[in-house]
Write a protein that binds this ligand. Structure first.
Ligand code: AMP
Ligand code: MG
Length: 871
């Protein structure tokens, strides 16, 4: 059946005029597909890249650079359609900067290099059948661009899309062009050959090609790389960049163990279940920038040896025939990646280049940054960052995702981003003229952003400050209860029971004696109060023994407390009312009524009755009851695991000697204890210094093992406020709360494994601020997770023994000692050291005195609210 599919596909390709090499390559991939190739590269077949040459360390002379550039051509992959950004034509026709399209900028970059180095430097676009016309129209503005004897573009091959089930070419009469697709950018080699361009270039003495994507404005033809290739006779060089947390997708290079060659592993080539290796940015610490350099004469040789088939690994791309219509038939597109050619060239090298060489515009978020004043185009039309901070993080709402929606909402241009660290837009406001973003900016629910607005920045308008209640509400409303889990009794203390629990047994489980004495029939002892009665001893029952005899009239059995009542007996006479004989007969000096000293079966709990209800908090006595009724475990809202990590280059673990300027990390231990006291389990991680990388790497590890993360320090406006700089805009929001201490607060969610969202509290670093923030925000949050009520600490009223001052507009949480007064009330003595660094007074305090926002002065004798910390 698929033999026929292949024949049909080949016939179509020939009809469309595809060259024999293009057909041979297609046949090659088709056969691989039929044989079930899915193109994966298992982790145990590769080793991570090591010992990379850095571009910054490559030294070449100007003469060598010029000589190398004379033998180089620039090839831009330009087949991309801007469909994901809502464009209908070539993506590179998008105006990206200063009114110029990608193609304008590329043309200008090439012209500038020619002038600077006095070289010819041909530019060639590899277009698809859909992008050629529009692209050449744009380049027509540059009459000197074309080089004698060379066209400005060549068209990449086209191949039929295959129906996923039958592997036959798909028929799509509504729009027959959709029956075709380009075979991925790996086709560049075949198309160079079939178009004859490869031959022409070599004839003109052009031996090297620099190939990159047209949407990557950082990919300029760097003469240093060309010279390095020439100097070392390298057949192939791939540019790689250091990977950060946000570069988990995209391909990376690795060394193939079998033959030591460099290979490319793309997202689609990861074996099932090995995604974690692929995502591990410490293991595979660079990514493939898709900028590469090829020695064209070696390429020609390799192609000749293999009849035009380089044998690049197959990529099986599954889509629908009409990509905009998910209900259209499923098709397979057979593709290959150009970077995969690295394995074909013996002696190829990877080169570590700066991030500036990888500046693709894949989304309108990227577009905003590139278009903004954070970048300028310099005299050579190179994109240069002018802001000194890290590149701003931008996250626009869905209304801006397509270029149409984006342009409509920035009719006067994008905001100034030079001073911006992050911009998040929720909603769909239209931005006015000359808007400036400063620091971390969140635009939420605004109908429009007025002309000249300055958003964010160090001085926030009072409206940007949240009240304690607002912040707490924002936190609590984003949290669900901890998942329900069955935990062993010894781990359930303090947790809330999730479902009603029924007894599995009767309690007592059998009728038993509550006294040491003799089991009898009550009737046998009638009249014993007047004159003693003697009963024959027929046996003895100890606790844990099942009696094998019965007790009849005139008979007795010795019995111990807790032992089962033997059959026939209905009462027990206490040993004190007998002569205590062990054998023979026993003299009894009292009568008993039936049931005397007998604990009947099920008297306490009957089997199947509810013994603990959902919502009950497990205490020691609950655990006793559960154990007695046959339960070894209990279903509860799981105890959240809190991972605590302090930040600050000055921190040293407690107990270790201090160097100059260093202090002991006290917050970690304090917060650990506060979390455990609140009922969570907790763990301290080593404190990290003040760099984003350190913090992000540590969090990366923590996020998989935490239900809640607490960081301390690094959240205010200082130069080294790492938590804020690393996490702002990445799911964590930094706000000012109208309170003292504890004004700067961060809260949000990090993404964990399996789409888990892990709440993170970024608390201020001063120990008192940290503690108060925990009390006011984290403790209620932990109680919400565990379903414990009330969530907030209870507030009592106490009488001040001395006056207090408090800032206007902020709720003050002061440290105080509260004790009973002579009238049965409470009195409150504020402590002297109210600075956020006074840990001794913090430790002495047993309460927090709460002074409302609108109160600035309190005198002795006035009532105040206090939160008791030890109750
Ligand atoms: P930061 O918020 O990082 O600027 O820290 C504010 C103050 O709290 C500084 O004086 C820090 O040295 C101090 N600090 C920060 N973290 C801790 C910690 N884990 N233990 C004790 N003091 C800390
Ligand atoms: Mg710090």
């Amino acid at each position: 059946m698929s033999q026929e599919g292949l024949a049909l596909a080949v016939e179509r390709m020939r009809d469309r005029g595809m060259g024999p090499e293009a057909v041979t390559v297609f046949e090659h991939y088709y056969r691989q597909l039929e044989e079930g190739a899915h193109g994966t590269i298992p982790e145990d077949t590769i080793e991570p890249l090591a010992d990379l040459q850095e571009l910054g360390e490559v030294r070449v002379t100007d003469d060598d650079a010029r000589a190398a550039l004379r033998q180089t051509a620039v090839i831009k992959l330009n087949g991309g359609l801007g469909t994901s950004m809502g464009m209908s034509g070539a993506k590179s026709a998008l105006e990206v900067k200063d009114g110029l399209t990608f193609l304008d900028i590329i043309a200008r970059q090439v012209l500038a290099l020619r002038e600077e180095w006095d070289v010819d430097l041909p530019l060639l676009l590899m277009n698809s059948f859909r992008t050629s016309e529009q692209s050449l129209e744009i380049l027509a503005k540059y009459p000197t661009l074309a080089v004698d004897g060379l066209p400005l573009d060549f068209i990449q091959s086209a191949e039929p899309k295959l129906l996923a089930d039958s592997l036959r070419p798909v028929e799509w009469p509504h729009d027959p062009e959709l029956e075709w697709c380009p075979p991925g950018h790996g086709d560049v080699y075949v198309s160079l050959l079939t178009s004859g361009i490869l031959e022409t270039l070599l004839e003109k003495g052009i031996r090297y090609a620099f190939i990159s994507n047209s949407d990557n404005l950082g990919a300029t033809c760097d003469p240093g790389v060309a010279a390095w290739m020439v100097e070392h006779g390298l057949p192939y060089v791939a540019e790689v960049c250091t990977r950060t947390k946000s570069d988990r997708k995209g391909g990376h290079l690795a060394v193939r163990k079998a033959d030591g060659r460099l290979i490319l592993r793309d997202t689609a080539m990861v074996a099932e279940g090995e995604e974690h290796y692929f995502g591990d940015i410490n293991r595979h610490n660079t990514f493939h920038a898709n900028n590469l350099w090829v020695d064209l004469s070696v390429l020609r040789e390799r192609m000749a040896e293999r009849d035009g088939v380089l044998g690049l690994p197959i990529i099986v791309n599954r889509k629908t025939v009409d990509p905009s219509d998910p209900s259209s038939p499923e098709v397979i597109q057979l593709e290959s990646a150009m970077g995969a050619a690295i394995e074909v060239f013996e002696g190829s090298e990877a080169l570590l280049v700066p991030r500036t060489r990888f500046r693709p515009v894949k989304t309108t978020n990227d577009l905003l940054v590139v278009r903004s004043d954070y970048f300028i185009l310099d005299d050579s039309s190179h994109l240069v960052a002018v802001g000194d901070g890290p590149e701003p993080f931008v996250d626009l709402d869905s209304a801006y995702r397509l270029v149409g929606g984006f342009e409509k909402r920035f009719p006067h241009g994008v905001p100034s981003m030079i001073e911006c660290t992050s911009l998040r837009v929720i909603g769909d406001p239209v931005f006015g003229r000359e808007v400036r973003c400063v620091g971390d900016v969140l635009v939420d629910g605004l109908p429009r952003v007025p002309d000249g607005a300055v958003l964010g920045g160090p001085v926030q308008a009072p409206g940007d400050t949240r009240t304690v209640e607002q912040h707490l509400k924002a936190i609590l409303s984003s949290l669900d209860s901890s998942p329900v889990e069955s935990v062993p009794l010894t781990e359930s203390l303090g947790l809330v029971v999730a479902r009603d629990i029924r007894s599995r047994v009767n309690l007592p489980a059998f009728d038993n004696s509550s006294m040491d004495g003799y089991a009898v029939q009550a009737d046998s002892l009638q009249g014993a109060d007047e004159s003693p009665v003697r009963l024959r001893i027929v046996g003895e029952v100890a606790a844990g023994v099942d009696p094998s005899f019965s007790v009849g009239p005139g008979e007795a059995a010795r019995i111990m407390t807790g032992a089962p009542i033997p059959p026939g007996a209905d009462a027990v006479i206490a040993v004190e009312q007998t002569d205590g004989s062990a054998t023979g007969s026993v003299e009894c000096r009292a009568s008993v009524s039936a049931g005397r000293y007998v604990r009947p079966r099920g008297e306490d709990v009957s089997e199947g009755s509810v013994i603990v209800s959902a919502g009950d908090v497990v205490g020691p006595r609950t655990i006793g009851l559960l154990a007695a009724s046959g339960h070894a475990s209990v279903e509860v809202h799981r105890r959240p695991h809190v991972v605590i990590m302090s930040t600050g280059a000055e921190l040293v673990p407690p107990g270790e000697p201090l160097g100059p300027g260093q202090i002991h990390d006290s917050n970690s231990s304090m917060l650990w204890a506060a979390a455990v006291a609140a009922g969570a389990s907790a763990e301290i991680r080593a404190a990290v210094g003040d760099t984003d990388e350190e913090l992000l790497a540590a969090l990366d590890d923590i996020v998989a093992n935490a239900d809640v993360i607490i960081t301390s320090g690094g959240v205010s406006m200082g130069a080294y406020d790492v938590v804020k700089s690393a996490l702002a805009g990445k799911g964590v929001e930094f706000v000012k709360v109208a309170m003292q201490p504890g004004k700067p607060q961060g809260f949000g969610f990090l993404s964990g494994p399996d789409d888990l969202r892990v709440p993170l509290f970024a608390l201020p670093g001063n120990p008192v601020s940290s503690f108060v923030s925990f009390e006011v925000f984290v403790r209620p949050a932990l109680r919400r997770l565990m379903r414990l009520v009330p969530e907030k600490r209870q507030v009592r009223t106490a009488t001040l023994t001395s006056g207090l001052r408090s800032p206007e507009g902020r709720r003050q949480y002061g440290r105080a000692v509260v004790s009973p007064d002579s009238e049965g009330g409470l009195r409150c003595t504020p402590l002297a050291g109210q600075g956020s660094h006074f840990v001794a007074d913090l430790s002495r305090a047993n309460a927090i005195v709460v002074v409302p926002e609108d109160v600035t002065d309190l005198v002795a004798g006035e009532p105040v609210d206090v939160m008791l910390l030890d109750s």
